[in-house]
Design a binder for this molecule. Structure first.
Ligand code: ADP
Length: 457
């Protein structure tokens, strides 16, 4: 097992990884930008190294600074968390060259799944239904028009190197195709350095269902069931739950088999997530595979009782999986609400100093956060400041628990989306489990009845 792990991240996920290390008896090294020097991940790690100024490119994305920090502190592994360097095959390679274990899949698997066109091919080869679309990259507007006409509009143009909902454009008809293609290519180039895009059929009201998988170095690969993440705004998830209210045991089994077949074909090792879209006829299609721990991993931990971060560490240390598929049991229901520092009506960021921070507790409530009273929410970083996760014996119990937990979550000094989350959780469609990726459309327009927004949101 590792002696010391460097955590190449910040915020709640850095703390989450520190908790796992402490429980495993592993020492920790925090890295931080200069504005993060008083952050909780720095306070709770055994050692810390400042790796540069606030700007991500100068600190958390600065590979040589992170590697130097690992070398100076003699860390034998790096956990990248999510975001930042988590899905950089290049960074994983550099770690390998420096004899530091990267806690994640091998670089070639990260590269393969990071190229969405290649990932589609790998999953198709494994017999998994992929969304109908272009064979590979789309070179120009004539080719795009031909493919789109074959598929039928609407279609979606996506960046092959995409992630985080960037470089994606829905196109409703041929007239809009050229402009959309140019814009998608420009966006892809700006965000990912390459203008490569491909086309998929756009599903009108799908559900986003993803499967958690775990694989060790000995070829053992299991799944930990699904999460439903259909509640999204601008392709960013807001509420996640496990299990999905939409899956019958038979459909769960079929989708899980598909996820495992694709992951096996990719040579997958460590924790990963296979994302599918499910249409109104209960047909599912592979969308992409994420090669890291996900923000929403706690809902899976709640229903399976498995600590995913500890498993990632054990797998990276070369241990075999301690479970077989038949050992995995789902119990209860778990929901996560992402708490963002933003104006709940306009969705604009709301950085600033938190004056009062009271987190809910009681049975079945977990709060993953690095925020606290008097901490400063910097405009430099992601606006997600906490994850409120509840567990219940049933979905109904989880919903009522989430309602009361949201009601007792007090954050003063900045605005948060707590009022919006209350509204989502109390929405009759949410309560009935009638979800789709367009659920949030109802909140895009100025609301007729304004949310109860106050400075104490
Ligand atoms: P990213 O990696 O940038 O997050 P994804 O491929 O995971 O992109 O897609 C993010 C979200 O975009 C999905 O959850 C879904 O809401 C929407 N989406 C992506 N592809 C399609 C599609 N073909 N049809 C309808 N919606 C889609």
């Amino acid at each position: 097992m590792f002696r010391k792990i460097l955590i190449a991240n910040r915020g709640e996920i850095a703390l989450r990884i520190i908790w796992a290390c402490k429980e495993l008896g592993i020492r920790t090294v925090a890295v931080h930008s200069d504005v993060d020097k008083d952050s909780l991940h720095v306070k709770f790690a055994d050692e810390d190294v400042c790796i540069g100024p606030a700007r991500n490119a100068d600190s958390y994305l600065n590979m040589s600074a992170v590697i130097s920090a690992a070398e100076i502190t003699d860390a034998d592994a790096i956990h990248p968390g999510y975001g930042f360097l988590a899905e950089s095959a290049h960074f994983a390679e550099i770690c390998q060259e420096c004899h530091i274990t990267f806690i994640g899949p091998p670089p070639e698997v990260i590269r393969l799944m990071g190229d969405k066109v290649m990932a589609r091919r790998v999953f198709a080869r494994a017999g998994v239904p992929v969304l109908p679309g272009s064979e590979g990259l789309v070179a120009g507007v004539e080719e795009a028009a031909r493919i789109a006409a074959d598929l039928g509009y609407p279609i979606i143009i996506k960046a092959s190197a995409g992630g985080g909902g960037r470089g994606m454009r829905m196109v409703g008809n041929e007239e809009d195709l050229k402009v959309a293609l140019d814009m998608a290519m420009a966006e892809a180039k700006a965000a990912f350095g390459v203008p490569d895009v491909y086309i998929e059929k756009y599903l009108e009201h799908p559900r986003h269902i993803e499967f958690q998988v775990l694989g060790d170095r000995f070829g053992n690969l299991i799944h930990l069931c699904e999460r439903e993440c259909s509640i999204q705004r601008r392709h960013q998830k807001l509420v996640e739950e496990a299990p999905s209210p939409a899956l019958s045991p038979a459909l769960r089994e079929k989708m899980a088999e598909a996820a495992l077949a694709g992951a096996r074909e990719a040579g997958y090792v460590n924790a990963g997530t296979v994302e599918f879209l499910l249409d109104g006829q209960r047909r599912f299609y592979f969308m992409e595979m994420n090669t890291r721990i996900q923000v929403e991993h706690p809902v899976t931990e709640n229903i399976t009782g498995i600590d995913l971060v500890k498993e990632q560490i054990r797998i990276a240390a070369g241990e075999p999986l301690p479970y077989r598929q038949e050992d995995i049991r789902i119990e209860g229901h778990s929901i996560e609400c992402r708490i963002n520092a933003e104006d709940p009506l306009r969705f604009t960021p709301s950085p600033g100093r938190i004056r009062i921070f009271h987190v809910p507790g009681g049975p079945g409530v977990r709060v993953d956060t690095a925020a606290h009273q008097d901490c400063y929410i910097s405009p430099h970083y992601d606006s997600m400041i906490a994850k409120l996760i509840v567990m219940g014996n049933s979905r109904t119990e989880a919903i009522s628990r989430m309602k009361r937990a949201l009601d007792s979550f007090v954050i003063e000094g900045i605005r948060t989306n707590i009022p919006l989350q209350r509204r989502i959780i109390s929405d009759p469609d949410f309560e009935r489990g009638e979800l789709s990726t367009h659920f949030m459309d109802r909140y895009q327009q100025p609301l007729e009845t304004p949310l109860a927004v106050s400075e104490t949101s």
